[in-house]
Design a protein around this ligand. Structure first.
Ligand SMILES: [Ca+2]
Length: 456
């Protein structure tokens, strides 16, 4: 409703009130009040162009910080600098790799050293103690082909936050494996309507394909952005000249800026990656309610169907499957193989896929993070299986598939497959890197808070 139109509505209600008797008078007030509430609600939703515009979003982060890639340390520094404009409720250490809660605490230690200066800029920065209290240990490893296993401190914390009596949704930003979110949904499916998920997929999806598969099959109505490649726009392409380069930006704007700035600069030899930060950017500037609209976290399209490929035999390079989709192998159990035998599959010589043997079928999955040939080999103590090998080719999906939104996943969003939105081989990445100077300039200004307190 436009302002003028809503004002006109209010004026006509006002006339009604003046002309009516006492009963209608009271009713008129009721209608007026309802109308006002509706107008205000409209204005609030229209005004939600992100946290930098004053809308406070609730956040739980699920991160593989300390795991395989130091860029989560960078993204955590960035998040904590914006901790005054969000209601951060949880920081969960999730798979894949050796990352643990202590790695979250390491960044909070740096935050504590800068806290006095940060506080002069905003009273709303949470205390280091409050942040430490919401750091939780999540799953330590993948739960196997079922995709879910035992509850963790992290999965229980997600449930607890989602069940709080707060009318706002809970944004779960998944920077690593999606196991703890899968476990939370498994243990408490009632929380689903409260969740808004931004999943940095790609490699994370590859490492936690079973948990992803569990969510996709059992909770298809989940509201989720699955960014398999769009997130790469944070560090690939866009304006990179002068001070905006991945290394020069760190040297000019971050190094020497407090304990957090120095800590950032020691990661990845002083080069920006921050691959998980688009999930924060999405809440900072954009339209968090509508992923089809542009914003710092990218722009997405509705998910399509047919992304899963199931093979009932060993494959060759000629067999194709969708890149970033789920590839499932369901092989007949060879005679002589019983459940006591060990069977494991290794993709690309480095990514293990656990195998489940239900007596009739050997089942395992993989999620290819690049469009290329993916070889695999089976390792087993059953001689008839050990050493058997195959391959398949991951390819982009056809337009005929991507142009039809899925009916079973009404709230599921994914990288824009339009080639105009791609940066090189990365679909959707231009929808992030077009904002590069904007989000980096804002980040640089925040970083200066750690160096220069506001004088009283
Ligand atoms: Ca990560």
């Amino acid at each position: 409703m436009s302002e003028r139109k809503s004002d006109a509505c209010l004026r006509s209600r006002e006339r009604e009130r003046v002309d009516a008797g006492p009963l209608a008078h009271a009713r008129g007030y009721g209608i007026l009040l309802a109308l006002l509430v509706a107008v205000l609600a409209l204005r609030v939703s229209a005004a939600d162009t992100g946290a930098l515009s004053g809308v406070r979003h609730r956040i739980v982060v699920s991160t593989d910080i300390g795991g395989t890639d130091p860029d989560d340390f960078q993204s955590m520094v960035h998040l904590l600098l914006y901790a005054d404009v969000f209601d951060i409720e949880g920081l969960v250490s999730s798979p894949y790799g050796p990352g643990r809660k202590e790695h979250i605490l390491q960044v909070i230690d740096r935050y504590e050293r800068d806290y006095a200066k940060l506080k002069t800029h905003s009273e709303k920065y949470p205390t280091p103690a409050a942040l430490r209290a919401m750091a939780k240990e999540g799953a330590l490893d993948g739960p196997g082909p079922a995709g879910v296993g035992a509850a963790t401190e992290g999965s229980n914390w997600i449930i607890q936050c989602a069940r709080r009596s707060d009318p706002r949704p809970l944004h779960v930003l998944v920077w690593g494996g999606i196991e703890d979110l899968a476990q939370a949904l498994h243990d408490a499916p009632d929380i689903l309507p409260k969740l808004r998920v931004y999943f940095i997929g790609g490699p994370n999806k590859m490492w936690s394909v079973d948990a992803y598969n569990y969510i996709e099959e059992n909770h298809p109505k989940l509201w989720i952005i699955e960014a398999n490649a769009t997130y790469r726009g944070w560090f690939v392409g866009g304006s990179q000249s002068g001070e905006w380069g991945n290394s020069s930006f760190v040297a000019v704007h971050l190094a020497g800026r407090g304990a957090l700035g120095d800590f950032f600069a020691t990661q990845l030899r002083g080069t920006i990656k921050m691959g998980d930060s688009p999930s924060v950017g999405w809440l900072l500037r954009g339209t968090p309610d509508d992923p089809s609209q542009p914003g710092w976290g990218g722009k997405f399209v509705r998910l399509w169907d047919g992304r899963k490929t199931i093979f009932h035999r060993l494959t060759t390079e000629k067999d194709q499957a969708e890149v970033f989709g789920v590839v499932e192998f369901a092989l007949p159990v060879p005679s002589g193989l019983d459940r006591a035998h060990t069977v494991k599959v290794m993709f690309d010589n480095r990514i293990p896929a656990p195998v489940v043997n239900d007596g009739r079928t050997l089942r395992f999955r993989f999620a290819p993070r690049d469009a290329k040939v993916w070889p695999y080999v089976i390792r087993s103590d059953f001689r008839g299986l050990d050493g058997q090998a195959g391959a398949f080719t991951a390819v982009p999906p056809p337009v005929a598939r991507t142009s039809r939104p899925s009916a079973v996943h009404p709230n599921w969003w994914i990288d824009d497959p339009d080639t105009a939105a791609a940066e090189g081989i990365h679909p959707g990445a231009k929808s992030v890197n077009r904002w590069r100077e904007d989000f980096l300039r804002d980040f640089a200004a925040r970083m200066r808070r750690c160096q220069s307190p506001v004088s009283p």
